[in-house]
Design a protein around this ligand. Structure first.
Ligand code: AMP
Length: 427
């Protein structure tokens, strides 16, 4: 299958070949033809599958059929859950539209809105946005969605996880009913299906990689190890394997900071990336990681989502996620584009139930191993007693001296309601 046979125009074929792509990825093969036919599409695809080109190329082709109007109203709106993903989609849109007369821009929170407003006032055909900033600017009357022909929801499942459902519904109420809508999601929960049926019209269902087989090209191993030995074990893997470009996942922001500091102390350059970091710090960390000056990026699930880092050789789960689908997202960061990757999970005795949940989702057993010198000795009872003691000590401390300490496990769960609304505000 070639890009020509998908029915793309010369301007887009030229842009694709400039990017160095020779063959369409499975999601592109399946999504591009129905989108070109004007159909609504509900697609299951993760980052790394080429989904961005899968919706951008046909969208550009359809938009380019009508010559630009003088004032350039917004004709296409792409919503993404995070600033990073918004910026990456924008980069892709610019690259794919390089031979077209098309203007695009990106807006997201956490940065001054004035430059964004100035660009919007000059008129753009395509707007890529996170929901928070979009609604802010809509409320201020700085933009109108009344001429939108295309609405794309990218990583819709993550948008729901982050508590954006009301914002999405608000946006839907502001775009014309007559439009083409594309919804991309890595997973199809009940909530996603409900959202899809409320906003899509007779959608074509496109599934590139069924969610539980994405792990096929990834070499996965779990290592049983005590909590207190995890940092030492990670350091050993990275140093002895001489690994570069390692993405490490932690469950909490504090955990990410702590681990990153410890790795730095051990002489392994690293940076933490999570929702409490400024946009500037995140962009800098990602750039350093991509060019090799930062060897290890320690990330939380939400922050890592949508990062465009092709061909990542190593992913380490410092802690397993409590949501099995997050495991699939995490290890989807490696083994991309035909290259094989390695995913390692460090598993404490208290994380065994997460292993079982992941195995159930994947429909296979995860190989389990122990590194000599790191044999686990913790028991569940000991860990429970320790947690109870920490909690009691924490309560005994005056509130003022608790500031800046790591959040307790319950309070820092990435799925807690509080966190959802915090993430929502930050994105
Ligand atoms: P995405 O899933 O859209 O984030 O894309 C993941 C990566 O694959 C990006 O670095 C794209 O530039 C790249 N990519 C997209 N389509 C293709 C293709 N047909 N051939 C090779 N690489 C591609």
């Amino acid at each position: 299958m070639s890009f020509q046979s998908l029915g793309l125009s010369d301007a887009l074929l030229k842009a694709v070949s400039k990017k160095g792509y020779t063959t369409p990825s499975p999601i592109q093969e399946k999504a591009i033809p129905p989108i070109l036919e004007g159909k609504d599409v509900l697609a299951s695809a993760q980052t790394g599958t080429g989904k961005t080109a899968g919706f951008t190329l046909p969208m550009l082709q359809l938009l380019a059929k009508t010559p630009p109007q003088r004032r350039r109203p917004i004709r296409a709106l792409v919503l993404t859950p995070t600033r990073e993903l918004a910026a990456q989609v924008f980069d892709n849109v610019k690259e794919y539209s390089v031979f077209l007369d098309m203007k695009s821009t990106v807006i997201f929170g956490g940065v001054n809105q004035n430059p964004q407003v100035r660009t919007l006032r000059q008129g753009v055909d395509i707007l890529i946005a996170t929901p928070g900033r979009l609604l802010d600017l809509l409320n201020q009357g700085e933009l109108s969605l009344s001429k939108v022909e295309f609405l794309v929801l990218d990583e819709a499942d993550r948008m729901l996880d982050m508590g954006f459902v009301r914002d999405i519904k608000k946006v839907i109420s502001l775009v014309p009913k007559k439009r083409q809508t594309l919804l991309f999601s890595a997973t199809f929960s009940k909530d996603i299906k409900a959202l899809a049926s409320s906003m899509l019209n007779n959608p074509i269902l496109v599934e590139a990689t069924p969610e539980n087989t994405t792990a096929e090209k990834v070499d996965q191993t779990t290592y049983r190890v005590d909590k207190s030995k995890k940092t030492e074990l990670i350091t050993k893997f990275i140093e002895e394997g001489n690994w570069n470009q390692v993405l490490v996942f932690t469950r909490t922001k504090h955990g990410a900071n702590r681990l990153s500091q410890k790795l730095d102390k051990a002489g392994i350059t690293s940076a933490a990336i999570h929702g409490n970091k400024t946009q500037n710090a995140r962009t800098k960390a990602l750039a350093g990681f991509k060019k090799g000056s930062i060897r290890v990026l320690v990330a939380t699930d939400i922050a890592a989502r949508g990062l465009d880092i092709p061909l990542l050789p190593h992913v380490i789960n410092y802690e397993l996620p409590n949501v099995p689908e997050d495991y699939v997202h995490r290890i989807g960061r490696t083994g991309r584009a035909g290259a094989s990757g390695e995913a390692i999970s460090l598993v404490g005795v208290d994380e065994m139930e997460y292993v079982r949940g992941i195995e159930k989702l994947l429909g296979e057993r995860l190989p389990s191993s122990v590194v000599p010198g790191f044999e686990p000795t913790d028991t569940i009872e000991e860990l429970k007693a320790q947690a109870a003691e920490n909690k009691a000590n924490h309560r005994r401390q005056p509130r003022s001296s608790r500031q800046g300490q790591g959040a307790s496990k319950g309070a820092s769960s990435s799925r807690s309601k509080n966190n959802q609304s915090r993430h929502r505000r930050k994105s």
